[in-house]
Structures are given as structure tokens and as C-alpha cells.
Design a protein around this ligand. Structure first.
Ligand SMILES: [Zn+2]
Length: 75
């Protein structure tokens, strides 16, 4: 008898295993964003990463390269 009560958890926007990470090249950065890790600006023209939770593209966030690396390491 197996209880199938587990529901899929909503994607955690900060879980490196549940997100797709896309690189944004400097020429693709047409807008300024705020990094969710350091809360500083990602100015236009700066290459960075976009972190997109699987199945929740509207929760994507723009991170500095270095901040995302730190985040992944901290877990
Ligand atoms: Zn940052």
C-alpha cells in the first residue's frame, strides 16, 4: 500500500538544482537589473547570468556571475 500524497514542490528560485542558468553576453544586456544576492545594480552592457526556475520562467532573476558562484557554493 503506497501513499501517493507527495505533491511536487514548487520550484525554488534559489535551488541550483531546480533552475536553468543562462549566460547573458554583454551585448545582450540591454537593461539594468538588480542582483538578488548583493542588491546592487547590473548595469546595461554587463555580462551576467539569468537564473530561470524550471517551469516558472516568470521567476527568473539576473545575477552577477560572481554572486551566482557564491550562491551555488553556499548552497
Ligand atoms: Zn550581485
Amino acid at each position: 500500500m503506497s501513499a501517493r500524497r507527495r505533491r511536487p514542490a514548487p520550484p525554488d528560485p534559489f535551488d541550483p538544482g531546480a533552475v536553468e542558468v543562462r549566460r547573458v553576453q554583454p551585448y545582450q544586456a540591454n537593461k539594468a537589473y538588480t542582483c538578488p544576492w548583493c542588491h546592487r545594480e547590473l548595469p546595461r552592457g554587463l555580462g551576467h547570468v539569468v537564473v530561470v526556475p524550471y517551469g516558472a520562467a516568470d521567476l527568473r532573476r539576473h545575477w552577477h556571475h560572481g554572486c551566482w558562484q557564491k550562491r551555488v557554493r553556499v548552497g
